[in-house]
Design a protein around this ligand. Structure first.
Ligand code: NZQ
Ligand code: ZN
Length: 382
């Protein structure tokens, strides 16, 4: 087992009827809250009223920052920083999925400094502190509710970058699976694929393969997502399916899976970020296309671990059957598995490669992932 430091201070409140706990959880950290949420769903589902009631009942003063879009934008986060500074808020309440929570983290970090938040993403400055953050998760997949990562898109440079920093862990995250009953089938599937990919990438990246604790946790998480995603897609109000997907997604990127395996590398994410930055596609949708192509490219290099994955996660014998079964599962939950299915042709590959290579350099993956390697992986995704 490779040496590691594991730290995860997020308090999780999980279960039905936990929404009213949002107000008291936030009130423990401040009197005035910046309430951040997405575009439409929160009002359409009635969750907005429930959260407002809870915040008001707890005696919080509320400033709203609505309109976070999927694949959140730097400009919108900068506006949130300005608002939080002007209003002198003491705590941030994020109600949404990865996009809302990630933007909330950027605002939390940006409010306590004069540094422009994009400097953090390009590693020109380090995050030293952040406002306390309380989250209420409405769609699962990103794992942002229980980790210290965040991802933003700089719309001027079309760069979708991500980073991790200790002050970004939410203080409290409220996980009520019934809140996700309204997530439509496509978004349910994309979230499940994202959660799956977080474990998949950690499983494949391990430098030490003789780590049965991590391996067992990861195989269980992947098998759970594989079994539960179709159930939630077909029956959105299946509580057990929603609950397992929620907890699996939170654990998937909480640190527990990759501690001991060596540094976490996310090459499929690196390439996918080019897709969501340029075409604004859902992150999980892009990953469904990249993962099988990446497996095909890496099948010689990672033969042993890929065969183990095929056998343990999908119960098939060979690596090739593993790739095929992964694709079948992705298709079963109605995800695209080829770039051509989302109308991206060979002519787009140079632009995608350039974009992904930028991130490869920032994430220090460029030694292996040179432009010609990225290009070849993308060709295998056509
Ligand atoms: O904006 P609204 O109207 O709320 O609609 C959202 C959004 O369009 C909708 N939705 C959310 N909850 C709902 C709902 N619709 C009905 N009922 C509900 N209860 O779902 C859509 C997608 O939401 P989003 O937050 O974008 O999804 P997700 O949680 O998958 O987050 C994706 C973002 O997280 C980043 C991704 O790159 C992407 O930007 N990631 C963050 C990570 C992290 N912080 O560690 C790691 C991940 O790898 C990922 O990169
Ligand atoms: Zn992801």
């Amino acid at each position: 087992m490779i040496e590691f430091e594991y730290y995860n201070p997020t308090r999780i409140i999980f279960g039905k009827d936990t929404v009213p706990q949002t107000g008291p959880a936030a009130r423990a950290y401040g009197k005035k809250a910046l309430f951040i949420y997405g575009r439409r769903s929160i009002k359409e589902t009635g969750l907005y009223d429930r959260v407002m009631t809870s915040l008001k009942n707890a005696g919080l003063e509320i400033v709203e920052h609505p309109g976070v879009k999927a694949n959140p934008l730097l400009s919108h986060a900068r506006a949130g920083v300005e608002l939080a500074k002007k209003e002198k808020v003491g705590v941030i309440v994020a109600v949404g999925g990865g996009s809302v929570i990630d933007e909330a983290k950027a605002i939390a970090a940006g409010t306590v400094t004069d540094t422009d938040i994009w400097d953090f993403f390009e590693f020109r400055a380090e995050i030293q502190d952040a406002l306390p953050l309380v989250t209420l998760l409405t769609i699962c997949g990103s794992g942002s509710e229980m980790n210290n990562g965040m991802v933003l898109t700089n719309e001027e440079s079309q760069a979708k970058f991500g980073l991790r920093a200790l002050p970004l862990y939410p203080k409290v995250s409220i996980l009520d699976p019934t809140v996700t009953f309204t997530v439509p089938p496509d978004q349910t599937a994309y979230g499940a694929v994202d959660a799956f990919s977080h474990v998949f990438e950690a499983y494949m990246a391990r430098e030490d393969l003789d780590t049965p604790i991590q391996e067992g946790i990861m195989e269980t998480l992947m098998k759970t997502v594989v079994a539960r995603a179709p159930q939630a897609v077909q029956d959105p109000r299946n509580y057990n399916a929603r609950a397992d997907l929620m907890w699996a997604s939170s654990l998937a990127l909480s640190g527990i899976t990759f501690s001991g395996g060596g540094p976490l590398a996310l090459p499929c994410h690196m390439i996918e970020h080019a897709l969501s930055a340029i075409y604004d596609m859902a992150h999980g949708e892009g990953l469904a296309i990249i993962m099988p192509g990446w497996m095909r490219y890496m099948s010689n290099e990672k033969r042993g671990v890929m065969k183990r994955f095929a056998q343990r996660v999908f119960g098939v014998n060979t690596l090739e059957e593993g790739i095929e079964t992964l694709e079948k599962w992705l298709e079963y939950v109605k995800c695209p598995v080829r770039l051509s299915q989302v109308n991206i042709g060979e002519g787009e590959i140079p632009k995608l490669t350039q974009n992904a290579y930028q991130l490869a350099q920032v994430w220090e993956l460029s030694d292996f992932y040179a432009p010609e390697v990225i290009k070849e992986i993308l060709r295998l995704c056509l």
